[in-house]
Design a protein around this ligand. Structure first.
Ligand SMILES: *Cc1c(COP(=O)(O)O)cnc(C)c1O
Length: 367
């Protein structure tokens, strides 16, 4: 996986901070089971190391995106059941049943396929109903639920032990989300006459922070685990940062005033400038949309403006005012001094994209 020298650009991951943030979620949600969401390589932190650290930590499931991620957990010897959040392809389902990974049902046809695979394997397959209360991504529509539940309840090798939905706008539209909680509660009531629903879940980080959801008893925190609250909350100040993105200065040069920096010459020096070339670029996930948006780096105790466009493997920064700066010095790009949320804002995107965009070329170092 690490096909670059660790001294060029890398990610430091604090696994204890992730465990701490999970504890914070646990304390804030007494009586609620937890599904830490570790899809997309645990939001850039590394799938297996994060799973190993949190495994057996009193959690119900690990939330993963797809069968490939579930397979990686099983191969890594992780004991907690992977919960596949997205739909599966027909050719993946035999493996899902064979490994007892949990997944959701969105159609009766899907359920019938799982039923036949479970029957062939002579086993009971445990799964959750997905309902679409507004996201438009997966699940049964509420009005289809009664009929679908009756059909699935007649499938002898399936055991529906849960129901899930997902808020589309918990951090943007409070009235819609409150209405949605009511709708989800109705869905739970409908399904309860057919199944013994051990788990009822709808909230990701923003839902957990902002709402009372009496019907739910399982929560799916993602971003929260990685030290970031998606909305102002009681969690502010108690979550610990989990990741630092660093790179090193490979070269320092003095450029005269009036000299362009990087592709397109969008930045022209307005004075003699000490320019550092730094070994990270958009191929590592340092988003190219940060170009010209006032992104800054933290070098030897000073904030330094990034200059011009992000290139594939390198960026430039103005280090004129940094005392005693030399090649080899470390630049912080995300961390204690530069929050990932600031980077997301400057790139015109959300912090989830910044974290999950950290590329495979960046070695992850665990502490
Ligand atoms: C990604 C995801 C989560 C976690 O979301 P956060 O906002 O990062 O907490 C929870 N549930 C589902 C279905 C998801 O896709």
């Amino acid at each position: 996986m690490n096909y670059e020298s660790p001294s060029r650009a890398w990610v430091d991951v604090d696994l204890e901070a992730i465990a701490h943030n999970l504890d914070i979620a646990r304390q804030a949600l007494p009586g609620t089971a937890l599904m830490p969401v570790i899809k997309a390589g645990a939001y850039g932190h590394g799938l297996e190391p994060v799973a190993r650290r949190l495994d057996n930590d009193g959690i119900a499931f690990f939330g993963v995106a797809n069968a490939g991620e579930a397979r990686r957990l099983t191969r890594a010897g992780v004991r907690t059941t992977p919960f596949i959040l997205g739909p599966s392809f027909p050719e993946e389902r035999e493996e899902i049943v064979a490994n007892d990974w949990c997944c959701t049902l969105s159609t009766v046809e899907e359920a019938a396929h799982f039923q036949s695979l479970a029957a062939a394997a002579e086993k009971e397959f445990v799964c959750h109903f997905a309902v679409d209360t507004g996201m438009g991504r997966e699940g049964f529509l509420p009005e289809q639920l009664g009929e679908a539940a009756a059909a699935v309840a007649a499938m002898p090798n399936l055991r529906v032990e849960g129901v899930m939905s997902h808020f589309p706008a918990a951090d943007e539209d409070v009235p819609f989300t409150q209405q949605e909680i009511g709708l989800f509660t109705d869905c739970v009531n409908t399904l309860s006459s057919h199944f013994d629903l051990r788990y009822r879940h709808i909230a990701a980080s923003a839902g957990e922070l902002g709402y009372e959801i009496p019907v739910a008893n399982l929560a799916r925190p993602g971003l929260l685990l990685y030290g970031i609250a998606p909305m102002a909350s009681i969690y502010d100040g108690v979550l610990k940062p989990t990741l630092r993105l660093s790179s090193r200065i490979s070269l320092i040069r003095e450029l005269p005033a009036g000299h362009g920096v990087a592709y397109g010459r969008t930045y022209i020096t307005d004075r003699p400038t000490k320019v550092a070339t730094i070994g990270i670029g958009y191929a590592d996930g340092w988003n190219r949309r940060l170009s010209g948006q006032g992104a800054r780096l933290y070098i030897n105790g000073c904030y330094c403006p990034m200059l011009g466009r992000v290139t594939m493997d390198q960026i430039m920064a103005d280090v004129t005012d940094v005392p005693e700066v030399q090649p080899g010095d470390i630049a912080e790009l995300i961390g204690e001094h530069i929050p990932a949320t600031e980077v997301a804002e400057k790139a015109g995107t959300i912090v989830w994209e910044i974290l999950t965009g950290l590329g495979p070329r960046l070695p992850r170092l665990y502490h």
